[in-house]
Write a protein that binds this ligand. Structure first.
Ligand code: ADP
Length: 248
């Protein structure tokens, strides 16, 4: 694995009772890029993400992150190495405010055990840092609003803030635009672009105009295998890719 590659898989494969959902995938994600994983429904994208974050164990193959074989590691240990999945593991407490949610995430990063009431004073001390993150994701005006009252798009921005609090080197974003209206999509795309300035992003995303505008590189999966790879202009012209999208 060359130094430019932050995440690589070799022959990544998982079989569910005879059905091969991810089949011999060799993925290479370059450090500092936004890399999109796309493909028709059932292609194996979510399963791939679950394998990368160790929520699933591969039947065969290996996953290497920053030169380290993480294939046998537990999800929490992978997260500790800096590979963090947003939207799934970043817990948002609906009745706590935006700022409180980010403060708690910062506290978790420091490894203190979570006890909201007893550690209230300690949490206050993290206010400055928490507010900077809240501002960074465009939620300054919503800092004191309970998470439950945020719009869908802003909730996702809060999830990005709680993930950023863990200071990940690489973020996996699982359909960041799912269920969003135009305005939220634009704001979230801008946020992802900003977040990507000093880290690597791998995202699964269905919205192809978002994929086109954000991604440096795209891997197209179909039926568990890599069908095509390259920039948007290349993969969008690939007849096999067009066929795989039309064929479902
Ligand atoms: P995508 O995210 O690209 O839509 P998935 O990764 O969710 O695709 O699913 C890929 C294929 O694997 C699908 O056919 C799905 O039904 C199958 N699959 C996923 N998880 C399981 C499982 N736990 N048991 C059996 N089949 C599964």
């Amino acid at each position: 694995m060359d130094a430019d590659t932050i995440l690589a898989t070799k022959d990544l494969t998982i079989e569910f009772k005879g059905f091969v959902a991810v089949n011999g995938v060799d993925l290479h994600v370059k450090r500092g890029t936004i890399h999109a994983l796309i493909g028709p429904n059932g292609a194996g994208k979510t399963t791939c993400f679950n394998l990368l974050t160790k929520f699933l164990t591969p039947t065969k193959g290996a996953i290497v992150y920053n030169g380290r074989d993480i294939t046998a590691m537990k999800p929490a240990d992978v997260a500790r190495l800096g590979l963090v999945r947003s939207f799934q593991i970043s817990a948002v407490f609906p009745h706590l405010t935006v700022l409180e949610n980010v403060r708690i995430a910062l506290q978790r990063k420091r490894g203190s055990s979570f006890d909201f009431w007893r550690s209230e004073r300690l949490l206050k001390a993290l206010d400055g840092e928490a507010m900077a993150l809240v501002e960074a994701v465009g939620l300054a005006d919503f800092a004191d609003i309970p998470a439950v009252e945020l719009s869908y798009g802003r909730k996702r921005a809060l999830e990005i803030a709680t993930t950023l609090a863990l200071d990940p080197e690489m973020m996996l974003l699982d359909e960041p635009m799912a269920g969003m209206g135009h305005e939220d999509v634009d704001r979230t795309a801008e946020l992802i672009r900003r977040v990507a300035a000093d880290r690597t992003i791998l995202m699964v995303e269905h919205n192809l105009s978002v994929v086109a505008s954000l991604s440096d590189r795209i891997t197209v999966l179909a039926r568990g295998r890599i069908l095509a790879e390259g920039d948007y202009a290349t993969v969008s012209k690939d007849p096999r890719v067009l066929e795989s999208y039309i064929g479902v």
